[in-house]
Design a protein around this ligand. Structure first.
Ligand code: HEM
Length: 268
């Protein structure tokens, strides 16, 4: 969530600083998520230990389903790479200093986004459901948005409309981060209530359904507000947005910390 040239003044600088703060916190916990994937599924795969796939997931490895198991392995192992690739892509220092890397990493990222989403859609609708129908619908919508945003990102990059390209790339990053947002939202909720209140066994309780959709729609909505505040000339809007993003950075830290304790660190 970074913009390059704030159009002047302290409010614009505060807005950009709040986005940078959010990104640094998010990046730290996304790296932890990638580390968890590598440590649990990556090392399990190297050891040839199929049991790791059913440690967290109900249907990670299913005997007699080689195609589904292969799709699952590709989905999860590539998820580790896309998480790291996305952070490298959005870090301004890397983007500005290594433009050739940015271009190749961008192609790699887009390819992974398409493969992971298609594999995810395949897994969601062909395997015995691990979560409820509403979660299947929300994550599928997330997957379809990833495909659409990827197409817009490529289209504007090819047309050299760099500012618009960057905005679609950030939307793509936020949509790809939907599964990560879901995990930090759920974990933060559990830590706050000291119980999985209203989440439901299969994420089909009221809170589970809410987080299923909010995990990607909420960050996307906040990003649109951020763009409007940044593009406009109202100092008040920029300051209000900077305050909102700073508060969200705090919530992200809380949710990331909770996910680390509840979901990730116990399994690495
Ligand atoms: C693009 C970003 C994505 C990442 C980084 C990602 C990551 C992961 C990870 C790490 C797992 C293993 C579960 C765990 O240990 O937490 C997983 C499972 C799964 N993912 Fe994704 N995923 C992404 C997108 C999607 C999409 C778009 C869909 C659906 C359209 C999807 C569907 C699934 C399904 C069905 C499972 C198995 C869940 C289970 O059986 O419990 N994923 N994903």
């Amino acid at each position: 969530m970074t913009r390059q040239t704030p159009p002047g003044g302290l409010p614009a600088r505060l807005l950009q600083a709040s986005a940078a703060l959010w990104f640094i916190i998010a990046a730290a916990f996304q790296l932890l998520f990638a580390f968890y994937i590598a440590a649990l599924y990556g090392t399990g795969t190297l050891r040839g230990d199929s049991a790791v796939w059913n440690l967290i997931m109900r249907n990670g490895h299913i005997e007699g389903d080689p195609a589904g198991n292969a799709a699952m392995m590709a989905h999860v192992l590539l998820a580790c790479l896309i998480t790291i690739g996305g952070l490298a892509q959005l870090t301004p220092q890397i983007r500005n200093r290594f433009p050739a890397f940015h271009r190749w990493n961008g192609r790699f990222y887009l390819t992974l986004a398409v493969i992971i989403s298609l594999a995810g859609l395949f897994l969601t609708w062909t395997r015995p459901a691990a979560s409820g129908l509403s979660n299947d619908i929300s994550i599928s919508l997330n997957g379809v948005l990833i495909l659409i945003f990827a197409a817009f990102t490529v289209r504007h990059a090819m047309a050299r409309r760099i500012d618009i390209h960057r905005r679609w790339a950030t939307r793509l990053f936020l949509a790809v981060s939907g599964v990560w947002f879901l995990r930090i939202m759920i974990s933060g909720w559990i830590m706050l209530h000291q119980s999985p209140l209203w989440l439901g066994d299969r994420l089909d309780g009221p809170a589970g359904v809410f987080f299923g959709f909010a995990s990607f729609l909420l960050p996307l909505a906040v990003y649109e507000l951020y763009l409007r505040a940044g593009d406009g000339h109202k100092a008040g809007a920029k300051l209000a947005m900077a305050a909102l993003i700073t508060a969200l950075a705090g919530l992200t830290a809380f949710g990331g910390f909770a996910a680390a304790l509840i979901m990730w660190l116990p399994h690495v």
